[in-house]
Write a protein that binds this ligand. Structure first.
Ligand code: BGC
Length: 853
C-alpha cells in the first residue's frame, strides 16, 4: 500500500493563503513494503502539470494565479509495483501584487508622546448587515501594533500578536481569516490594537513609536453571496473608534491592566480618522508561523510566601499567559506577578529588569474568566494577591509560533531526557513570532547569534521552514549597505547605543545570514533558501573580510580582530570583557567557517568560480589560525576551550594538527574536571570536537557532568529550560545576576542558545546526519558511550520518518532503522561494519567489541 502522508502548499497542509506567484508544493509518501521507489508522481493545478517524481519541492510555474481565488492542487503518485495514491490540497491566494482599497484608520484624537511607555489600547468597531445568504467570507487584516478582532463577540481566528513582527519598514504581513460561519444577519466587529512592536515600548532601551506614532488598523471584508453577488467592506471613516475599554494597558513587558466592570455605556465612539502612515512597507500575506495556544499547565503546588502572597508553581518554565477563572466581587482587585524562579521563598523578579510581567485585574460581580490577549510572560511561578485560592482557578497556557514538532529523542538516562525537554522548552519559549533571546526580561529581541548557533538543533526538532523564511526576509532587508548584519533583527535599537556599530560585521551573530539558511537547507533539501539569501551571504562575508584585513598585512589579513565581537559570550569564567577579548579567536574561526560554508553553497547553486574563491579564503584563514594563533604543538597561545573547539569543528586543521589540538582540548577539559568552559560559539560544538577526534569518553563525561557549570547541573538544580549563564544559579543556590560584570544585570533562565548541545543527541548519539540536503542521503552512525543503554530517535524529514532506535543488552548492540522512500542511509555499526540501506525498516545487531550479526 502506498500512502501520501503529507501534502502541502507553502509547507501548510491546510489554510494556506499566499501572495506568491510560484507557491511551493511538497509531499511525502510511505509504504509497508521494503524498497519502495516512486515510479511517477504528477502535480496538477488546472491546466498546469508538473513531473514531481524526483525531489520534494516543486514550485508552481503555470499560468498566473488570480488574486483572492481558491485553488486545489492534485497529486498522483505511483510506485514501482504500480500501487497508486492520490491527494488534493486546497489553498487560496491573497491580494497578490495588487493593493487593498481599504485605508489605514486610527483614533485621530489620541496623542501619544510619553517616552519609554506603550500607548493605550485603541478600539475600533464596525457594524454591517448581510441580508442574503453567504457562501464565502474572508477578512484580510493588519495593523501597526498588535491586534485582536471579535465578530459578534467571538474571537476571529486563533492567532496571538497578529500581524507578527517583521521589519515593518520593509514588510508587514496581513492575516486572512475565514469568517463565513461567524457572520450573522447583523454583525458587529470589534478590534483592539495594542502598541505591540510597532509603537509600544520595546527593547531594553524601551524605545517606542519606532514604526508608528500610534496604532493604526487596516482591513477588508470580502463577502460572496449565494446569488453570485459580492460585497467588500473596508476600513475607512465609517468605522468607529474609542480609547476607552476594559483593557487599560497592554504591553509585552509590563503585562495587562484590565477592568471587567467596564460597560459599553462608558465608551464614546467617534468616527475613525484616516492615518498617514510614515512607513511604506510591502503588505504581504502571512508567510511566518502564527503564535497560538499550546500546552495547558495546572499548578503543581500552591504555598504562602514569607510576605504573605499566594505562590503557584506551574511546574514548567515557559512563555505564555495565565487563564483565570474567578469567583469575584465587583471592584475586587487582583495582582498576578510572574517570575522564572523563587529566591528566599519569594518571586525572584530582579532578572526581569524593567519588565513588570504583571496582570492587574479588577473584577465584576460573580464568575468570570480572563486571560490576557496582547501580552505574554516568561514564567514558571506566579504570585497572586487580592483573592483567596478557593475563589480562583489558575491555568498556564503556553504561547508560541505554531511550528510543527518533527523530531524526538529519548534515551536511558532520565537527566538527559530532562535536558532534551529543557531544550525543547527553551526553543518553544523563544519562537514567539521571531527567534528571541529570552521571553521574560526587557529584551525578547531577535538576537542573531542565538539562533545562528541554535539553528541546527531547532531544525532537528521542529519544522522551521516558514518561521525562518519570514525572519530571513527581514535579515536580508536589514542588512546594512556595507554588508553588516545587525545583531538583532528586526532592528529596533543598536546595542550600547553605538550607532557606528550598525554596519559592523559581528562574528557568529552576523553569521546567522549563512548558518540559518544552511541549517534549513540541510533539513529541507530545498536550495531555494540558499538561492534567495546568497547575495546577502556574499555581502556579509565581504564585510567580515574587510574588518579582518583592515590595518593588517600578510597572513594577518586573515586574522579577524577588529572591531566589535561578542567573542566567547557568557563563557563561565570572566566577565563581559573577558568574553569579548576572545573575539580574535572566535572571529577568525567564524571567517573560516563562513568561507567554507559559502564554498559548499556556491557549489550547490552552481557557482563554481565563487566556490573556488571561498575555498581559498577558507584555507588561508585556517592556515593563519594555525600559524598565528597556535604553536607547533597545536596549542593556542591563550588557552580556552572555545579556541580549540572552533578550529576542530570547523575542520580548519590538518590531520596532525587536529590530533594535537584535540589532545590539548581534552587535557583542558580534564583539568576543568569535565566542566563546560565555552560561551555561545563553542557550546554547540564542543562535544563534536571531542567525540569526532578520538575523545568520546571525554565528550560523554562532559555531557553527564552535573556540577556547575554543566548542562546537567541545570537539570539537577531543577531547571526546566536552558539558562543564559552557566551559573545563573550557583551550587550554593545564589544567582549570578550579572550585576557587576558589565552586562547590565543579565541573567535569564530561558535562553535556548546553550541548548544547541541537542544537535549532538541527534547527530552523534542517534547518529542521524544529513549528507545531502533534506536527508536524501544520510548516515546512521551512533556513538555509544557514557551510561546509555538505549536511545530512540525520530526525525520527520521532508521524505518521511527516519528512525534510529538502538539498545545495548547482554553484551549486544542492536539497532532498528527506518529509511523513508526516496532516501539512502549509510548505517555504521559501532564495530565499523557498514550497510547501505534504501527505503524500509531494518534491524541489525552485533556483539559489543565484536562482529556483526
Ligand atoms: C542577549 C543575548 C544576546 C547578547 C548579545 C544579550 O542581552 O540576551 O542572548 O545574544 O545580548 O550580546
Amino acid at each position: 500500500m502506498l500512502e501520501i502522508t503529507r501534502f502541502t502548499v507553502e509547507d501548510l497542509e491546510k489554510e494556506c493563503v499566499t501572495d506568491k506567484s510560484n507557491p511551493c508544493f511538497s509531499y511525502t509518501v510511505a509504504s509497508q513494503r521494503q524498497n519502495t521507489t516512486i515510479k511517477k508522481a504528477v502535480l496538477t493545478l488546472g491546466e498546469w502539470t508538473c513531473d514531481a517524481t524526483n525531489g520534494n519541492h516543486h514550485y508552481y510555474d503555470g499560468p498566473p494565479l488570480e488574486p483572492f481565488s481558491a485553488y486545489t492542487v492534485h497529486l498522483t503518485v505511483e510506485d514501482d509495483q504500480g500501487n497508486q495514491a492520490a491527494a488534493g490540497c486546497d489553498f487560496e491566494t491573497g491580494k497578490m501584487d495588487g493593493s487593498f482599497s481599504a485605508s489605514w484608520i486610527t483614533n485621530g484624537s489620541y496623542r501619544f508622546t510619553e517616552k519609554k511607555a506603550s500607548p493605550k489600547p485603541m478600539y475600533f468597531k464596525h457594524t454591517f448587515s448581510c441580508q442574503k445568504s453567504v457562501v464565502k467570507a474572508r477578512i484580510y487584516a493588519t495593523a501597526l501594533g498588535i491586534y485582536e478582532m471579535t465578530l459578534n463577540g467571538e474571537k476571529i481566528g486563533r492567532d496571538y500578536f497578529a500581524p507578527g513582527f517583521t521589519s515593518y519598514k520593509h514588510q508587514l504581513q496581513y492575516q486572512t481569516y475565514d469568517i463565513t460561519k461567524q457572520l450573522a444577519k447583523s454583525n458587529e466587529m470589534e478590534v483592539v490594537v495594542a502598541g505591540g512592536w510597532a509603537s509600544g515600548a520595546f527593547t531594553y532601551a524601551r524605545r517606542n513609536r519606532v514604526y508608528a506614532k500610534r496604532q493604526a488598523f487596516l482591513a477588508e471584508v470580502h463577502i460572496e453571496y449565494s446569488d453570485g453577488s459580492f460585497e467588500k467592506i473596508v476600513t475607512d471613516t465609517n468605522w468607529q473608534t474609542a480609547m476607552e475599554g476594559p483593557l487599560k494597558e497592554a504591553e509585552f513587558y509590563n503585562g495587562e491592566i484590565y477592568d471587567a466592570r467596564f460597560h459599553e455605556t462608558q465608551r464614546s465612539w467617534q468616527p475613525a480618522s484616516l492615518e498617514t502612515v510614515k512607513i511604506k512597507p510591502r503588505i504581504i500575506a502571512q508567510i511566518g508561523v502564527p503564535v497560538r495556544e499550546h500546552e495547558v499547565f495546572e499548578p503543581k503546588s500552591m504555598t504562602r510566601s514569607p510576605s504573605g502572597k499566594w505562590l503557584y508553581d506551574m511546574g514548567q518554565n515557559f512563555a505564555g499567559i495565565v487563564k483565570l477563572t474567578i469567583q469575584g466581587n465587583e471592584g475586587q482587585k487582583l495582582t498576578i506577578r510572574h517570575a522564572e524562579i523563587l529566591m528566599d521563598g519569594e518571586l525572584f523578579t530582579e532578572p526581569l529588569r524593567t519588565a513588570k510581567q504583571a496582570i492587574i485585574y479588577t473584577c465584576k460581580e460573580g464568575k468570570q474568566v480572563y486571560q490576557p490577549r496582547l501580552t505574554y510572560m516568561g514564567f514558571r511561578y506566579l504570585s497572586v494577591e487580592g483573592i483567596d485560592p478557593e475563589a480562583i482557578i489558575i491555568e498556564g497556557i503556553a504561547l508560541y509560533s505554531d511550528v510543527r514538532e518533527t523530531g524526538s529523542f529519548t534515551c536511558s538516562n532520565p537527566q538527559l531526557n530532562q535536558l532534551q525537554s529543557n531544550i525543547l522548552w527553551g526553543a518553544k519559549s523563544n519562537f514567539v513570532d521571531i527567534p528571541t533571546d529570552c521571553p521574560q526580561r526587557d529584551e525578547r529581541m531577535g538576537w542573531t547569534g542565538d539562533i545562528a548557533l541554535f539553528a541546527r538543533t531547532a531544525s532537528n526538532n521542529f519544522d522551521m521552514r516558514r518561521f525562518y523564511e519570514k525572519w530571513l526576509q527581514d535579515v536580508r532587508s536589514e542588512q546594512r549597505k556595507s554588508g553588516g548584519i545587525p545583531v538583532t533583527v528586526p532592528l529596533v535599537v543598536v546595542p550600547f547605543q553605538w550607532e557606528i556599530m550598525i554596519p559592523m560585521a559581528v562574528d557568529h551573530w552576523g553569521d546567522a545570514v549563512i548558518l540559518v539558511p544552511w541549517a534549513e537547507y540541510l533539513s529541507s533539501g530545498d536550495p531555494e533558501v540558499l538561492r534567495t539569501t546568497y547575495h546577502a551571504m556574499k555581502k556579509y562575508h565581504k564585510a567580515c573580510l574587510f574588518w579582518a584585513q583592515l590595518f593588517s598585512f600578510g597572513k594577518h589579513r586573515r586574522i579577524w580582530r577588529l572591531l566589535h565581537h561578542y567573542g566567547d559570550w557568557v563563557a563561565p569564567e570572566g566577565k563581559l570583557w573577558t568574553w569579548m577579548l576572545r573575539g580574535k579567536w572566535t572571529g577568525t574561526a567564524s571567517l573560516a567557517n563562513t568561507s567554507n560554508l559559502l564554498a559548499q553553497i556556491a557549489t550547490i547553486l552552481g557557482y563554481s568560480e565563487d566556490s573556488t574563491y571561498y575555498q581559498k579564503i577558507f584555507h588561508e584563514t585556517s592556515t593563519a589560525y594555525r600559524q598565528l594563533l597556535m604553536d607547533k604543538d597545536g596549542r593556542v597561545k591563550k588557552e580556552f576551550q572555545t579556541a580549540y573547539v572552533l578550529p576542530l569543528y570547523y575542520q580548519m586543521l590538518t590531520e596532525t594538527d587536529a590530533k594535537k589540538a584535540a589532545a590539548n582540548l581534552a587535557r583542558l577539559v580534564r583539568e576543568n574536571e569535565y566542566h563546560i568552559g565555552t560561551g555561545f560559539p563553542g557550546t554547540p560544538y564542543i562535544l563534536f570536537a571531542l567525540a569526532d577526534n578520538g575523545y568520546v569518553e571525554e565528550a560523554y563525561r562532559m555531557l553527564l557532568t552535573d556540577t556547575c557549570p554543566s548542562w546537567l547541573f541545570q537539570v539537577k538544580a531543577g531547571g526546566t529550560t536552558i539558562w543564559e549563564r552557566w551559573d545563573a544559579l550557583r551550587e550554593d543556590g545564589t544567582s549570578n545576576t550579572g550585576a557587576d560584570d558589565g552586562t547590565n544585570g543579565m541573567v535569564s533562565f530561558n535562553h535556548y542558545a546553550s541548548g544547541a548541545v541537542g544537535d549532538f543527541f541527534y547527530r552523534r548519539i542517534a547518529g542521524i546526519e544529513p549528507i545531502k540536503g533534506g536527508y536524501q542521503v544520510f548516515t546512521v552512525r551512533p556513538i555509544i558511550g557514557g551510561d546509555l543503554t538505549f536511545a530512540k530517535t525520530k526525525v520527520r524529514c521532508s521524505y518521511g520518518e527516519i528512525i534510529s532506535n538502538w539498545q545495548i543488552a547482554d553484551g549486544y548492540f542492536s539497532i532498528e532503522v527506518q529509511v523513508p522512500i526516496g532516501t539512502t542511509a549509510h548505517l555504521q555499526m559501532p564495530s565499523g561494519q557498514r550497510h547501505q540501506l534504501t527505503n524500509g525498516k531494518y534491524q541489525f545487531s552485533e556483539a559489543i567489541g565484536g562482529s556483526s550479526a
